[in-house]
Design a binder for this molecule. Structure first.
Ligand SMILES: [Fe+2]
Length: 141
């Protein structure tokens, strides 16, 4: 249960929440933006629950069990970064506001640094090095 929560909740659900948040801001189609907003908030709540469960479980696991959870979570993060780097169809970026692979990968790496490795997020790094959302042009630049 702890491994499943760490992998599915703390990694995959958290990334899904971040991607949905991006889509809710960037989709070209206003009806898509409006539809994805509540989904993004739902995903954020699911992720938040997973992190709360993880914190509670952490106090109840043996050190060897915590190490297993960390290993599984690290493997999930690596897989996520690889998957996030895969090409997506241009229409999905344009119409549905899916971040392009360079941005999705940067988002995964940023979350890895900020959340999954216990590191501290450096504000602005994502926008400084990996593209930003141009609100006026409504596209990733
Ligand atoms: Fe979910």
């Amino acid at each position: 249960m702890a491994i499943e929560n760490a992998v599915e909740g703390c990694v995959n659900e958290t990334f899904a929440a971040a991607m949905a948040m991006a889509q809710s801001l960037t989709a070209k189609d206003a009806s898509v933006r409006a539809a994805i907003g509540p989904i993004a908030r739902d995903e954020m709540r699911h992720a938040q629950l997973a992190w709360s469960v993880a914190a509670w479980l952490d106090t109840r696991l043996k050190e060897s069990e915590r190490a297993s959870v960390r290993r599984a979570q690290n493997a999930a993060v690596k897989a996520l970064v690889v998957n996030a780097s895969r090409a997506v169809e241009h229409e999905l970026v344009e119409e549905l506001g899916l971040p392009p692979p360079s941005v999705a990968r940067a988002l995964a790496l940023e979350l890895a640094s900020a959340l999954w490795s216990g590191g501290i997020k450096s504000p602005g790094r994502l926008s400084a090095t990996n593209g930003t959302w141009d609100r006026d042009d409504r596209k990733w630049a």
